[in-house]
Design a protein around this ligand. Structure first.
Ligand SMILES: C[S@@+](CC[C@H](N)C(=O)[O-])C[C@H]1O[C@@H](n2cnc3c(N)ncnc32)[C@H](O)[C@@H]1O
Length: 284
C-alpha cells in the first residue's frame, strides 16, 4: 500500500503555493510544520493525479472548491468523547474542585472552560458533562459553568452545534453521564438541553482571531502538534494571557511545553500534560 510519504517528489516551490493560498484565501500555512503541509498537500495531489505544486496552483484557480478540500485535508478533525479518559478523571477529580474553590473564595460566579480546536464538539460536551457533574457534587450552586468550543473548520463547528452523534460513540461516555446528560434514540443520541445550554461554539483561528479572556481552563489537545515550534510558543503565550491566575492548561498526549515557555507554568501532571498558571505574576 502506498503511504503519503511515498508520494513521488514534487517539483516547484511549496513556498510559492503557500504564498498563493495566503494571498487568495488569507490562510497562512506557515503556521503548520512544513513537512506536515508537504504531506497533506501530497494527499490532494495524489487524489487529483497531479505531480507538481505548479499544477496544483492552476487547479486551485480553475476549481475554487478545491480550497475547501485542502482545508479539510489540513485540519484533520479526528476526535472522540472523553478522549484519553485519565485526563478527564484528573479534570473532574482534581482540576475542577480546585477551580470551583478558587471561584467561591473570590466570590466569582462564571467558570469558563475553553476547548480550543474543538473539531466536531465531542471534547466540549465531555467538558460540559464533567462540569455539571462537578458543580453538582461540590454543591456550588452559585457557580455558572460555561464551555466555549472554537475551531477554524466551519463544517466541524456545524456538526458540533447540532449536538447529535451516532450511537456507536456511546461506548466512550461513562454510564452515569449517559443517564444524566443524553437523550438516546435508535441510531443517534442528543446532548440534553441542560448540557447544550452551557456550551457555545464559535469560529476562531488561533493565530488570527482576538483572544478569549478570563478562562479558567484551556483544553488545547491534539491541535498544536501540527504547528511549527515558534507558533506553538506564540500560542502558549496567548493561552497564558487568556488564563485566570491559577488557571489550567491541558495539552494532548503527544504535546508538551518547550523549555522556552514551560517556566511560566507549574507542572500539575506530566503524564496528563496538565499545567497551571501560577497564582502570582510571571509572564510566559
Ligand atoms: C485533531 S482535532 C483535535 C480535536 C480535540 N481537541 C481532541 O483532542 O479530540 C484538531 C482540530 O484543530 C483545528 N485547528 C487546526 N488549526 C487551527 C487553527 N489555526 N485555529 C483553530 N483551530 C485549528 C482543526 O480544524 C481540528 O478540528
Amino acid at each position: 500500500m502506498q503511504r503519503e510519504s511515498d508520494v513521488a517528489p514534487v517539483r516547484g516551490s511549496l513556498d510559492k503555493l503557500m504564498g498563493k493560498v495566503l494571498a487568495d484565501h488569507g490562510l497562512d500555512l506557515r503556521q503548520y510544520r512544513k513537512r506536515y503541509v508537504e504531506r497533506r498537500v501530497a494527499v490532494r495531489l495524489n487524489a487529483l493525479g497531479l505531480h507538481t505544486y505548479h499544477q496544483y496552483a492552476a487547479h486551485l484557480d480553475a476549481h475554487p472548491d478545491e480550497y475547501h478540500r485542502l482545508l479539510d485535508t489540513l485540519t484533520i478533525n479526528v476526535t472522540q468523547f472523553f478522549r484519553d479518559p485519565e485526563v478527564f478523571t484528573l479534570f473532574r477529580e482534581q482540576v475542577l474542585p480546585t477551580v470551583v474553590q478558587a471561584k467561591l473564595a473570590r466570590r466569582q460566579r462564571i467558570l469558563r472552560v475553553w476547548s480550543a480546536g474543538c473539531a466536531t464538539g465531542e471534547e466540549a460536551y465531555s467538558l460540559a458533562m464533567s462540569l455539571l457533574d462537578a458543580v453538582d457534587r461540590t454543591g456550588a450552586s452559585t457557580i455558572i459553568p460555561t464551555v466555549i468550543g472554537t475551531d477554524i473548520d466551519r463544517s466541524a463547528l456545524a456538526t458540533a452545534k447540532k449536538a447529535e452523534y451516532p450511537v456507536r460513540q456511546l461506548a466512550h461516555i461513562p454510564q452515569h453521564d449517559q443517564m444524566r446528560y443524553l437523550d438516546i434514540g435508535a441510531d443517534t443520541f442528543h446532548m440534553k438541553q441542560k448540557v447544550r445550554d452551557i456550551v457555545r461554539f464559535q469560529y476562531l483561528n488561533l493565530f488570527e482571531s482576538a483572544p478569549i479572556h478570563g478562562v479558567d481552563v484551556v483544553f488545547c489537545r491534539n491541535v498544536f502538534i501540527y504547528f511549527n515550534k515558534a507558533d506553538q510558543e506564540r500560542l502558549i503565550r496567548a493561552f497564558w494571557e487568556s488564563l485566570t491566575r491559577g488557571g489550567y492548561l491541558v495539552l494532548g498526549r503527544s504535546e508538551r511545553l518547550s523549555p522556552e515557555v514551560s517556566g511560566a507554568f507549574e507542572l500539575v501532571d506530566g503524564r496528563q500534560r496538565t499545567y497551571r498558571k501560577p497564582t502570582g505574576l510571571q509572564r510566559a
